[in-house]
Design a protein around this ligand. Structure first.
Ligand code: PGA
Length: 251
């Protein structure tokens, strides 16, 4: 199964509007003409509209770093799917480990966000990942299976290319410690197996599974060479035009 690789930059709580525009300009230049892979960036909410203007006409896709399941209303601090679409996004990161572990988001919330995003026509990037304690206690697969099943509970998938899963071991995020290529491939193949149980095998084989956690210009090629690694979700290295450009141009 041929899956189009997706390189996604998560800018987290970084960049002013001016900085965002400058970085986005470099990303758009790096992505120009690339047809065998997709490039996505998730600026902070305040910069999405300006970045959308900057990348107009380029193949760069935009994502929200989170999205609410409600369409509108009294939900202080949340962002509606239609607001992201309006600002120029086609995707949304959901259930990032920082949301889960710092802000207490549960699998139920992640499930509702995923469902709401898909209903509105946004492509979710559903993030899953085990903590170091869970890995050391041999709970990695159980945790990932639970997060995958609960994150997608009750959700039908009509277009498998418009659902993305990101495996981000919590111990690898922002730590400089990357999963080995073997660890990444092992987990990705396992998650694809869970998806094949939830849906059909041919659906599971079309869903992209990204790896995230200290991806950089030195390790991206080896990670992307793994058969079930379909892209990267990049934090720190996405904030520098030079390193993100190299990551986009993985071989
Ligand atoms: P990192 O972050 O690349 O800085 O480890 C990845 C992420 O949190 O998506």
């Amino acid at each position: 199964m041929q899956r189009t690789p997706l390189i996604a930059g998560n800018w987290k709580m970084h960049t002013t509007i001016a900085e965002a525009k400058e970085l986005a300009k470099a990303v758009a230049a790096a992505a120009q003409g690339l047809t065998d892979r997709q490039v996505m960036i998730a600026p902070p909410f305040t910069a999405i509209a300006a970045v959308a203007e900057t990348v107009k006409g380029s193949p760069v896709l935009l994502a929200g770093q989170n999205v609410c399941w409600e369409e509108k209303g009294a939900f202080t601090g949340e962002i509606a799917p239609a607001m992201l679409l309006d600002a120029g996004c086609t995707m949304a990161i959901i259930g990032h480990s920082e949301r889960r572990h710092i802000f207490g988001e549960t699998d139920t919330m992640v499930n509702k966000r995923t469902e709401g995003a898909m209903k509105a026509g946004l492509t979710p990037i559903l993030c899953i990942g085990e903590t170091l304690a869970q890995r050391e206690a041999n709970q990695t697969f159980a945790v990932l299976e639970r997060q995958t099943r609960e994150g997608l509970a009750g959700i039908a998938i009509a277009e498998p290319t418009r659902v993305v899963v990101a495996y981000e071991p919590v111990w690898a995020i922002g730590t400089g410690k990357t999963a080995t290529t073997e660890q990444a491939q092992e987990v990705h193949a396992f998650v694809r197996g869970v998806l094949a149980e939830l849906y059909e095998k041919n659906v599971a084989s079309q869903i992209r599974i990204l790896y995230g956690g200290s991806v950089n210009s030195d390790n991206v090629d080896a990670l992307m060479a793994q058969s079930d690694v379909d892209g990267a979700l990049v934090g720190g290295a996405a904030l520098k035009a030079e390193s993100f450009t190299r990551i986009i141009r993985f071989q």
